[in-house]
Design a protein around this ligand. Structure first.
Ligand code: DAT
Ligand code: MG
Length: 155
């Protein structure tokens, strides 16, 4: 099976609650992801604007940008087979109300507060995973990792 990398983020609403942060971290480990990198960070407003540029103009954009730069978050590079889809499935739908109805066991159903304060982020394609990993971990080189570190997981 081919290992895939994805970017996962625990957003400020969830990091603010130590038990929620712990539960989400545990959820990652319980679902066969390997934590390749992990860091805590705080965004400036312009980081938020840049990361979510595709949503500029949407009615929730200001709210989103403010929220994402409101306090510490935790970012992960996660590896497993089909990591992008598995992490998206685990998070559940963007909108909390829908998540509670269609995927009651998902992270957003269980921990999400509103459609904006929805606890986690996950890349949605191979292209966005590459871009987003670079955005959060500019010092992380996928090719180096594939050569030097990925073989260690197979050993
Ligand atoms: P996702 O985070 O599931 O990839 P997205 O890329 O469509 O969803 O939107 C990015 C974030 O913007 C989302 O996590 C929360 C916020 N958002 C999206 N749609 C929203 C809405 N209808 N109302 C409020 N916030 C929203
Ligand atoms: Mg998205």
């Amino acid at each position: 099976k081919v290992l895939q990398l994805t970017l996962a983020v625990i957003k400020p609403d969830a990091v603010a609650h130590p038990l929620m942060l712990e539960a989400l971290h545990q959820r990652i480990l319980d679902n066969s992801f390997v934590i390749v990198r992990c860091k805590d960070l705080v965004w400036r407003r312009q980081d938020s604007e840049r990361f979510y540029a595709e949503h500029s103009g949407r009615f929730f954009y200001q709210r989103l940008v403010e929220f994402m730069s409101s306090g510490p978050m935790r970012a992960y590079v996660l590896a497993r087979e089909d990591a992008i889809r598995h992490w998206r499935d685990l998070m559940g739908p963007t909108k909390v109300f829908r998540a509670r109805h269609t995927s009651p066991a998902s992270i957003r159903a269980q921990f999400g507060l509103t459609d904006t304060r929805n606890t986690t982020h996950g890349s949605d394609s191979v292209e966005s995973a590459e871009r987003e990993i670079r955005f959060f971990f500019p010092e992380f080189y996928v090719e180096d990792w594939m050569k030097k570190e990925e073989p260690l997981f197979r050993a």
